[in-house]
Design a protein around this ligand. Sequence first.
Ligand SMILES: [Ca+2]
Length: 275
Amino acid sequence: MKKSLFLFVFSVFLMAIPAFSASANVYEDEYEPNNSFAEAYDLGLWKYKTISATIHSESDKDYYKFYATKGEQLAIHLKNIPANTDYDLYLFKDSYGYPAVGSSERTGNQNEIIRLDVPETGRYIAVVTSKDGSYDGWGFYRLEFIDRMKSGAYTANLSPSSISSPGQGVVSPVAAVNLANVSAIPEGATVKSVSAEGTISPSLGHTYREVLNKEEGVWHTSVSGGTLFPDLKPELALPVKTTWNVRYYSLAWSSSTWRSPQLKINYQYDSTYGW
Ligand SMILES: [Ca+2]
């Protein structure tokens, strides 16, 4: 009984040895060989891909090719870089001469990140290399492709809660709100669109709401009777986390009051902000 168990264990041991020694003493990850632009591993579409791989020698480089569409906003995040190594991340366009598109070269094993607003549909090549020849053949890094822009909305009440205008084009006092420290709004959020809510009564013709973002310092005006600001466009990239003012005026020959002025702000933000 004991003897047969010993033989069994010993024979398993014998079988195990060739399995380890066959592959040139190093473990090469499943994406190898991928050591040049020409050998880049093809990931296909970038969306949500995650790679787990290693730098297995001083000279190993890992090239990954992916397809992206103009206008997409992604981040390539290199993390889990092994202790006592220093890996960097580079990005190239897969076209003649492989022009450089981006790089991330932080010290030590800090995470690396490249954010890409895809300028042109086609293939790109991400490269993971060791800065100084340090490597860990058993330390798996992770390379993540992230769809980084997200959307959100916030409704803010302004004070005072009622502002009046005598009409005839005279501008009301200002109502304000400071969103700088509102934790519900992500850092770095920028405005997609704004509407100014709350009822102005009595309802008069030729009534215009206005909004001002303190960072920009420009009054934007709604269409008559409307709540949206057509020239407050995402391209302005106005910060959400600042002070906002509203006011209004009416060309009518009658006074009115805007009660419970509110701003509904649709925003976008980079989910990798500060990474
Ligand atoms: Ca490689």
